[in-house]
Design a protein around this ligand. Structure first.
Ligand SMILES: [Zn+2]
Length: 468
């Protein structure tokens, strides 16, 4: 089995062969930190987390870089609205990003560079482009000269003329060609700015990624990823800048995830249907959110609805029950031998694992990998019905489930059952709350106990409890 990935650049699935054997350099465009992240940001976050985990599973030494755009028009506007400085806004939403990412069980990446910390490198990159004739300055703004970069449009498979007519492009008489894009923007009075050879200003969006890729990973990297909507113009511009300057490919494999709809509608601020990750986290388990994102192929569009989320919750509950069942049974099992039926189950586990990895290696086909995982769950549940469960079989079932979950992160961690004294203490606290007429607190405790499988019964003799 070898890993194959679909390369947007060639429109084909290709065997994955990193530039340096055993090592992978990967860059995924990160968020603009002017607000909380939404479900559309969460899809690449979760999908590329799975790519990262899988590459690590295959034994690669992975260097994974994801940037924060911490200065741009949106941050400046937010600063004017709130009276907070641009760095204050950035710090606040970067902290919120880390909280959301952790809440979605995203593994920390190698580096999260920020634009404001990369300024000297960005300025040098633009100066080098200018020196080679790929950039020109007009009134303090610097533009990229697309007409000099012949393969502009190769990622989105369009030529200059098609791009020009296909997209709405703002007319700027200072540009030599309508598709030329900004590398450096002159600052308006009062705006946050940095000194440069072209006067005070700040970088355009595309140049930050080209610069950060070079600084943290080198001139050519293995994987460049992001959402489908970034192909044009963002990634096309990154390619133009980096390849014009270095004369070699920016990335070997380009990977793009599909878009998300909300109840079959486009998500937009104007429709008022933006779903924030923190809102989702308040309602659903992180594993259910991951399950939802991974239950469709990453290149397909994905539709968010209450119904699919409820199904996702049920599916991850099945995974959790299986994990809990295996754990309980192992604690009481004593049989160390393996019967012929046990041998059959062991062989089936290996078959399922092979199937799981074959699907993962086929361009990260997570929906089919999840199907294989549920094959293991059925096998395990049947085995748990047996009167005698054998330790080696239970161990292997448990290991296989953990191996798959180490990659997908969709099995909820089972809570340890409450001890009797903890239950008694909570009941005493509830009685106290009722006496003080703090009904909200009393109800909260009752619900907490209910969630943990403890039923309360108020009797004239006091509160009695039992496990469900
Ligand atoms: Zn980027």
């Amino acid at each position: 089995m070898t890993l194959h990935v679909y390369n947007t650049l060639t429109r084909r699935k290709e065997p994955f062969e990193p530039l340096v054997p055993g090592k992978v350099g990967m860059y995924v465009c990160g968020p603009t930190v002017y607000d909380y992240i939404h479900i559309g940001n969460a899809r690449p976050l979760i999908f590329f987390d799975v790519v990262y985990r899988y590459l690590l599973h295959l034994g690669y030494d992975v260097r994974y870089v994801q940037n924060f755009t911490d200065v741009d028009d949106k941050l400046i506007r937010r600063s004017e609205e709130t009276g907070l400085s641009v760095p204050e806004i950035a710090d606040r939403f970067i902290a919120a990003f880390y909280e959301d990412a952790k809440g979605l069980k995203i593994r920390p990446v190698t580096v999260n560079p920020r634009v404001t910390e990369t300024m000297p490198d960005i300025i040098r990159f633009i100066r080098d482009l200018e020196a080679k004739g790929f950039a020109y300055e007009k009134e303090g703004d610097v533009f990229f000269r697309t007409s000099r970069f012949e393969s502009y449009g190769k990622l989105s498979c369009q030529n200059l003329e098609e791009l020009q007519f296909g997209k709405r492009i703002e007319v700027d008489p200072r540009k030599e060609h309508p598709l030329d894009f900004v590398l450096w923007k002159a600052a308006k009075p009062g705006e946050i700015c940095w000194d440069s050879p072209w006067g005070k200003g700040r970088p355009g969006w595309h140049i930050e990624c080209s610069t950060m890729v070079r600084r943290h990973l080198g001139e050519t990297i293995d994987i460049h990823g992001g959402g489908h909507d970034l192909q044009f113009p963002h990634h096309e511009c990154e390619i133009a800048q980096s390849e014009a300057l270095h004369g070699k490919p920016l990335a070997k494999y380009w990977m793009h995830n599909g878009y998300i709809q909300i109840e079959n509608e486009k998500m937009s601020k104007s429709l008022g249907n933006v779903v924030l990750v923190r809102e989702m986290r308040a309602r659903y388990k992180p594993e259910a959110i991951r399950f939802f994102m991974l239950s469709s192929h990453y290149r397909s569009p994905l539709n968010f609805s209450e119904e699919v989320m409820n199904q996702a919750e049920q599916s991850v509950a099945r995974l959790e029950n299986c994990a809990v069942g295996l754990g309980h049974r192992k604690r009481v099992a004593t049989e160390t031998g393996v019967s012929p039926e046990g041998e059959r189950v062991l062989a089936r586990v290996e078959e399922i694992l092979r199937e799981f990895h074959a699907k993962m290696q086929d361009d990260f086909n997570t929906p089919d990998a999840i199907t294989a995982m549920f094959g293991l769950v059925s096998e395990a549940n049947q085995y748990l019905q047996r009167e005698v469960a054998e330790i080696p079989v239970l161990n292997r079932l448990q290991e296989a489930l953990k191996e798959m979950d180490g990659i997908l992160g969709i099995v909820p961690e089972a809570e340890e059952p409450l001890l009797d004294e903890e239950i008694e203490r909570l009941i005493a606290e509830r009685t106290e709350a009722r006496r003080a007429k703090d009904w909200a607190r009393a109800d909260a405790i009752r619900n907490l106990l209910l969630e943990r499988g403890i039923l309360l019964e108020d009797t004239p003799q006091g509160v009695r409890w039992r496990r469900k």
